[in-house]
Each structure stands twice: as structure tokens, then as C-alpha cells.
Design a protein around this ligand. Structure first.
Ligand SMILES: [Zn+2]
Length: 352
């Protein structure tokens, strides 16, 4: 601000300089120089009083604004570089704080995944979380999709700019099956000891989808992998029927129809009897009484071989089930996008 009166301009300069040094910034508004200027008004010739008074008021206003700006700055938290790695040596008082638990509630998918896990734990499965970034080898090659296989196009997902040593981009997995090779190899010694491989693989998966009430670019699956001697498709269907009946707490019927996946042979698509209307027909099941839920099948011999398991000796099954689909049916949720929306009115319905 420019002051026409040279004395007011000089005092304005002094006071602004002093403001920087003051601990309590509001003290500047009580400065003796400012009071002296106000006291001077009545001593001036009447013609000068109005102009002089106006400039002092302007100075006072400028000082008030500067004080307010200082206060705002002092109260604002320090800016955080969210991309910086966390320094473990940060003193306790300066470490980021988590919100206390009483300010939030568990996400419905977390709660429901625990219900799913509990059922499979009781059936003797162990659980390993899938990766959120994987490579071409685990996404395709180990799952019997050789380079150039047309079925690769069915999995339109996201890739990184960075590449691996062979120049291939990393992949945001389109399914939890990326973990099959790892767990088959990891638990192969079980088979030699006469025990089955029984692993559940929950995780977050990604697809380049056109979004609507049934399609989301980010969702969750839980993969089941079971291998032992003499395992057949009847074991697969019985296991999944048992799970569904436990999860929906009612006797669920299932029916399967042939499908195609490169990593299972034979492959099926499984439908379950609608848990809402007991096959009478309702809007959830599009009045058919049945709901298509997931793909599954007997693990392809090439997938077993890729993990060092002899397919002539051992057989097994695998499925990849969408968690959101399952939960949507349990609670009659009409839009899959609610889960990732962060909408409090949706989440509060599941907080206990
Ligand atoms: Zn129904």
C-alpha cells in the first residue's frame, strides 16, 4: 500500500519491519506510533484532518490483515511430501499419526473377507495375500497363456512405464491367479509329505473396464487352489457349495456350465441359486432364480508342470471369486462402485 503522507509512509515501513520480529503479532496494533498518529488528528487544521485520518485507518487495516495472515500460516500444518519415503529416524513427536479407531469403522469388504477366510480356515486352507503389482511371467506365462495367446486380450489391465530386465512392463494383476505358480511351488513339499496344497489367495485386482453398476476398475478376488492325489471336479463343486451355504447361511444349490480359461481344463462357470428368492425369481437374479458367480476348473497340467508338480501323479482345482459380487448379493447392494466411493452414508450402514 502507498501512503500519500510521507510521515505515515515512514511509520508504515517501521511497523511492518517490527512485525516480523514480534513474537505476539497482535502487539503491533497497540504500537505507540499508531496511537500517536491518532492523537495528532485533532491538532491538525480542519481541512487536513479527514485525509490524514483516512490514511491512518488504511494503515491500521493493512496491519490487521498482516497479523491475520501470520496467524493463518502459524496454524496451518507443515506441508508433507507424500512421495518421500518415511524416515524411520523421525522423532516420535513428528511422526505421522494414524486416526484413532473411534473416528472410523471397518470397511465392509474387510469384514466380509474375514468371514470368507474363517470358513476356508475351518476347511483346512491357509491364506496368502496376492500382489498388487506383478509381472508378465506370473500373469500369463505360468498360467498357460504363451506369448501371443489370444486369451491375453481378455485381460485388459494396467501396466507400468518401468520394465523388467527383459523389457516387459509390470502388470497390475487382472486376477488373483497370478499367485498360483508361487503357491504351487512354495507348498509342493506338502505333496511329498502326503498332505494337500490348500491355499486361499485374497487380493486386489484391476481391469481396464467401462464402469457401471456391475463393473469397477479395482475390485477384489479370492482365489482357491487345492492339489492332491485323485482330486476331481466333484471335489471342487462340493467345496464351493459348502462354502456358499456357510456364507449365505442357507442351503445353496449350484449349477455349472462349461467355459474356457487357458489355465484350467475342464473349466466351468458356476451359478448359484438366488439367496434372496430361493429360485422364485426376483430383481437381484433378473427373475431367473440363478446368479452366475465365478469361473473355476481343474488346474491345467501345464500350470502344474510350470510349478514342478507331476500332473500324472497329482491333480487339483482352482477358482477365482469376486468378493464384491458375493457381498453385493448378501446385502442387496445395487452398485459395485459404492465400495470404492468413500461415501460415508454407504459405509455407515456397515459400521457397528
Ligand atoms: Zn432372486
Amino acid at each position: 500500500m502507498n501512503y500519500a503522507n510521507p510521515r505515515i509512509a515512514a511509520i508504515a515501513g517501521q511497523l511492518k519491519g517490527r512485525l516480523d520480529e514480534l513474537e505476539n503479532k497482535t502487539d503491533i496494533l497497540k504500537a505507540t506510533e499508531l496511537k500517536a498518529l491518532y492523537a495528532e488528528i485533532p491538532t491538525l487544521p480542519p481541512a487536513e484532518r479527514a485525509g490524514f485520518g483516512k490514511e491512518i485507518n488504511a494503515l491500521k487495516q493493512e496491519l490487521e490483515q498482516l497479523v491475520a495472515a501470520h496467524q493463518e500460516q502459524a496454524e496451518a500444518p507443515d506441508p508433507v511430501d507424500v512421495t518421500a519415503p518415511f524416515d524411520v529416524n523421525t522423532p516420535a513427536g513428528k511422526q505421522p499419526r494414524l486416526l484413532t479407531a473411534d473416528q472410523g469403522s471397518r470397511h465392509p469388504l474387510t469384514t466380509e473377507l474375514e468371514v470368507v477366510l474363517d470358513i476356508f480356515y475351518r476347511m483346512g486352507f491357509t491364506a496368502i495375500e496376492s500382489r498388487q503389482l506383478d509381472d508378465d511371467y506370473h500373469m500369463f506365462e505360468t498360467l498357460n497363456f504363451p506369448e501371443g495367446h489370444p486369451a491375453r486380450d481378455d485381460y485388459d489391465t494396467f501396466m507400468t512405464v518401468e520394465t523388467d530386465t527383459k523389457g516387459r512392463q509390470f502388470i497390475a494383476p487382472a486376477h488373483t491367479s497370478t499367485m498360483q505358480n508361487r503357491v504351487l511351488a512354495q507348498f509342493r513339499p506338502n505333496l511329498e509329505q502326503g498332505k494337500p496344497i490348500a491355499v486361499l489367495l485374497p487380493g486386489r485386482v484391476f481391469r481396464n473396464e467401462d464402469l457401471d453398476a456391475r463393473h469397477e476398475h479395482t475390485f477384489h478376488q479370492f482365489e482357491g487352489v487345492y492339489v492332491d492325489r485323485g482330486i476331481h471336479a466333484g471335489n471342487l463343486l462340493a467345496t464351493f457349495k459348502t462354502f456358499l451355504s456357510e456364507y449365505y447361511r442357507q442351503d445353496i444349490e449350484i449349477k455349472s456350465q462349461p467355459f474356457y480359461f487357458p489355465f484350467t481344463e475342464p473349466s466351468f462357470e458356476l451359478a448359484l441359486s438366488c439367496p434372496f428368492c430361493q429360485k422364485q425369481g426376483c430383481h437381484i437374479c433378473s427373475h431367473t432364480g440363478w446368479i452366475e458367480l465365478l469361473g473355476m476348473g481343474m488346474i491345467h497340467p501345464n500350470v502344474l508342470k510350470a510349478a514342478g508338480i507331476d500332473p500324472n501323479e497329482f491333480t487339483g482345482f482352482a477358482w477365482g471369486c469376486g468378493l464384491e459380487r458375493l457381498v453385493m448379493m448378501k446385502y442387496g447392494i445395487e452398485d459395485i462402485r459404492h465400495f470404492e466411493s468413500g461415501k460415508l452414508d454407504f459405509l455407515k450402514q456397515f459400521s457397528k
